[in-house]
Write a protein that binds this ligand. Structure first.
Ligand SMILES: *Cc1c(COP(=O)(O)O)cnc(C)c1O
Length: 401
């Protein structure tokens, strides 16, 4: 019955060359992705308000382009909400946040060993580089001696409390404090460390040990720098009450609507969040697949009965991963439909047979979010064998704003 189905062209996806000017380079053009990413900033603000009620100052983490959601708009939302701190990835990202009008402290969590340009940028834009080893301390002090700015540079001092990634050990802190006391060009604004397993309640002992090491490091620093602030808790640390009351918590994933305690005994400690990212793509083609016919690369799907199938304009080139679990779904008119066959570079097939009203080419399919029984980044993460963080980072790269 679907053999002569009309392709509705007027709603077909708009593709092709579109002038785009990233970083002010007018000669650059970019091919638009066929999928659409929509960011709901109201939900972002809702999530901040939920976190704000937990009684800590916040340093929202908007690194890696705000987990794919867009760092500049995230910073604008934080500014509007009167948040006094933000944490970015690179120093360049911090500079972009400052340039966009964010007035609070901007800590760059991924500061490389600072060279002259980096230090100049930090001084000029009042950014807070994170210093995590001796090389960094010496480099930044030496460059400041050359630049001789008229006020000390605020830095964040990273302590390794058990992640074994970046940071000074507790044993080194006395020397760090001494070095800083001897370096009037440097002001330790905040001490930072990061939890490794705060999202696993059964690992609470390890988390407590991290907190203990952090407090002891802070005690060393506070003898010389009593005004220094402390920042330890990520989302899970904040929700799980692993932070001291004066801790400036650094939630990331919760801002974007996802609960790192999902599926654990503490899931309720981080309830009420709303997802911020929505991803949709148009149907490119809708057609019947008869019993016994196969579909897609590798013929991995074979129809065992009469089917109506649709190809959606998203694929692994768009960060929609190629090897999802068999239960993977998308959402059409608020109803979940299964993904079938192999995900291709720019197209993925869904089974439309069970929908009450058969869609047509050009109709919108929600890959994530949207109305009805929406698919969440948490669902996709389960189907991909990953975490929601990676899902929003990957799919967010298709954003156009
Ligand atoms: C990413 C990150 C965070 C945020 O963690 P979430 O689990 O997303 O809340 C906090 N601190 C540091 C150092 C990070 O790298």
């Amino acid at each position: 019955m679907f053999h002569n189905i009309q392709i509705e062209r007027k709603k077909a996806p708009v593709q092709g060359l579109t002038p785009n000017a990233p970083m002010g380079n007018e000669s650059l053009t970019m091919i638009q992705p066929s999928c659409r990413v929509h960011i709901n900033w109201e939900n972002f603000c809702h999530n901040i308000n939920i976190l704000n009620k937990k009684g800590h100052s916040l340093m929202p983490v908007i690194k890696a382009d705000a987990y794919g959601h867009g760092v500049l708009k995230a910073a604008a939302a934080l500014e509007k909400l009167g948040i006094g701190w933000a944490a970015t990835g690179t120093l360049e990202e911090a500079a972009a946040v400052r340039d966009s009008g964010f007035s609070g402290n901007v800590v760059a969590l991924l500061s490389l060993v600072p060279d002259k340009e980096h230090v100049r940028l930090a001084v000029e834009k009042r950014l807070v580089p994170l210093i995590h080893n001796r090389e960094g301390l010496h480099a930044v002090k030496n460059v400041l001696a050359e630049l001789s700015p008229d006020r000390p540079l605020d830095i964040a001092v990273k302590v390794d409390t058990g992640m074994a990634r970046l940071g000074f050990t507790l044993d080194e802190m006395e020397n760090v404090a001494e070095f800083l006391a001897d370096s009037p060009s440097l002001n330790p604004l905040v001490q930072v460390s990061h939890f490794s397993v705060a999202d696993e309640p059964e690992e609470d002992d390890y988390t407590s040990r991290q907190r203990d090491i952090f407090s002891r490091a802070a005690a060393v620093m506070h003898r010389r720098f009593p005004a220094m602030r402390c920042s330890l808790g990520n989302t899970a640390g904040l929700a799980g009450k692993h932070s001291d009351t004066d801790d400036i918590c650094r939630p990331g994933i919760a801002l974007y609507g996802y609960n790192p305690l999902y599926g654990t005994s503490r899931e309720k400690d981080c309830a009420g969040l709303l997802p911020v990212m929505e991803v949709s793509a148009p149907l490119v083609n809708v057609h019947p697949l008869h019993k016994g016919e196969s579909l897609g690369y590798g013929r991995s799907y074979v129809a065992t009965s009469e089917r109506l199938v649709g190809w959606v304009a998203i694929g692994y080139a768009d960060g929609y991963r190629r090897n999802p679990a068999p239960e993977t779904c998308m959402c059409v008119n608020g109803v979940r439909v299964p993904v079938i066959g192999r995900v291709a570079m720019q197209m993925t097939c869904i089974d439309l047979t069970d929908l009450p009203v058969p869609p047509v080419a050009g109709d919108t399919v929600y890959v994530m979010g949207g109305p009805g029984n929406a698919v969440s980044a948490q669902d996709i993460a389960a189907w991909w064998g990953t975490i929601p963080y990676e899902v929003t980072c990957l799919l967010g790269k298709n954003r156009l704003d």
